[in-house]
Design a protein around this ligand. Structure first.
Ligand code: 5AD
Ligand code: SF4
Length: 449
């Protein structure tokens, strides 16, 4: 019997989640089946992340777990996909003998062939980066559902000095507008209600004369009952055209993920972020004017080389000024090969931890206050299903991506848009009461959103 059962685990960002679906598409086209049971798999693949050291340490830990499986089943093939494959190929092959297949983000087409190489007892390695590969013609494998990720571009040319992505994912390149829009159509036909267009820096999207705003507008036109989200935006490239496109299309969510990284101009310069904090705040003001009710989330790094207490306070000040709806907050982690790696990692672990803690606490307070201001207000919620904690409640999300819990109601099923009144909040969740189902035939969604 042909060995064809594959188990995949995914780590890191949403790009990796999308890449795993792509890999599953490629493998299924080549006769492989997916399994959720690691012990029954002929092939175990880990789609990995290198963005911080703790992500890599988790993978090493996981590889350790697979050692025993391999002792029981010497023919088991273990593979590393994604950013770590690119960064650590030598180490993985020489020191982690348990790894048989190593495939970087631009060589997934070769995966079936490289798995065969491993079945024949050799190492299957594909780690070349490409300037053109976008997998435009490959249909990712997705289970039925409500929400899907679509990667619209790959790589990054920004070279922020702390970041390994330009080295592990290579140069920026975009898919064609037509193929992305077709994918949105297929998802719409299958009953999906929300898509998120993904790229490390989506605002650099370019397909001939079309830019990212054109792609968003074309995607939003496919089905007005489908919510369109996108991530991640770089402050350098967020154009007015894009802001107007969001404002003019009610089914493009009024929500922008706009990583600031630091509130200090000196640190931003060392990070090669190419904007000043004044420019960033102006952008936020501008977006608020063009898109009424827009909300923002961000990424923040604490303890970048040479960061002083004053720099840290500037970051807290920016958080207070913008009042982000959410933030992804990290301790700086030196990555070999990046420019920042050559700077001394001179903020002690203890201080990084303390500053990060202050950042997290401030964000929780801001989120709580922002959520409190919603009490009594009406929101339109896309219902995703039963709440994780109790089947007496339903869970869904607002346009600004906040989780809302409402009491179970027989009139409501997953995939419905529901008008809800917010009655109680925590820093992470809104609780509301059902008001009415949105009448989609009447385009009530357009009127009330
Ligand atoms: N250390 C800590 N955080 C990092 N990020 C990227 N590289 C590093 C690093 N070396 C964070 C940035 C980026 C997010 C995806 O991960 O905030 O926006
Ligand atoms: Fe990394 Fe900067 Fe590119 Fe984001 S924009 S992927 S942080 S280099």
């Amino acid at each position: 019997m042909k060995k064809n059962s594959v188990y995949i685990e995914t780590y890191g960002c949403q790009m990796n989640v999308a890449d795993t679906e792509l890999v599953q598409g490629i493998l299924k086209n080549n006769g492989y089946e997916m399994t959720d049971n690691v012990e029954q798999a002929d092939v175990i693949l880990l789609n990995t992340c290198s963005v911080r050291d703790n992500a890599e340490q988790r993978i090493y830990g996981r590889l350790g777990n697979f050692k025993n499986l391999k002792i029981g089943n010497p023919e088991l093939v273990v593979g590393i996909l994604g950013c770590m494959a690119e960064r650590l190929r030598k180490d993985l092959i020489e020191e982690k003998k348990i790894v048989d297949v190593i495939v970087g983000p631009d060589e997934y087409r070769k995966l079936p062939e490289l798995i065969d190489v491993a079945f024949n007892g050799e190492k299957g390695i594909g780690v070349k980066l490409s300037r053109t590969e976008t997998y435009d013609d490959i249909i990712p494998y997705r289970e039925d559902g409500l929400q899907a990720w679509i990667s619209v571009m790959r790589g990054c040319d920004k070279f922020c000095t702390f970041c390994v992505v330009p080295f592990t994912r290579g140069r920026e390149r975009s898919r064609s507008l037509d193929s992305v829009v077709n994918e949105v159509k297929q998802l719409s036909d299958r009953g999906f209600r929300e898509v998120t267009l993904l790229g490390q820096n989506v605002n650099s999207y370019k397909d001939n004369q079309f830019d990212f705003a054109d792609l968003l507008a074309a995607s939003a036109k496919v089905n007005r009952k489908m919510r369109i989200r996108f991530t991640t935006s770089h402050p350098q490239d967020l154009s007015d055209k894009l802001l107007y496109t969001i404002a003019e299309n009610y089914n493009i969510c009024n929500y922008i993920h706009l990583p600031v990284q630091s509130g200090s101009n000196r640190i931003l310069k060392l990070m090669n972020r190419t904007y000043t904090i004044e420019h960033y705040l102006k952008l936020i003001q501008n977006a608020k004017q063009i898109i009424p009710g827009v909300s923002f989330s961000t990424d923040i790094i604490s303890g970048f080389p040479t960061e002083t207490y004053d720099d840290h306070v500037m970051t807290l000040d920016v958080m207070r000024e913008v009042k982000y709806d959410g933030a992804y907050m990290f301790k700086y982690s030196p990555r070999e090969g990046t420019k920042a790696f050559k700077m001394a990692d001179d903020v002690t672990e203890e201080i990084k931890t303390k500053r990060l803690q202050e950042i997290i606490e401030l964000q929780q307070q801001i989120s709580f206050e922002k959520n409190q201001s919603l009490i009594g207000k009406e929101e339109i919620v896309l219902i995703e299903g039963l709440s994780k904690k109790s089947d007496k409640f339903l869970s869904g999300r607002t346009d600004s991506n906040k989780v809302v819990i409402i009491p179970f109601d027989e009139k409501v099923t997953e995939g419905n848009y529901v008008k809800v009144q917010i009655v109680r909040v925590t820093s992470a969740t809104l609780f509301g009461n059902y008001i009415s189902l949105i009448d989609e035939s009447n385009d009530e969604l357009a009127l009330t959103a």
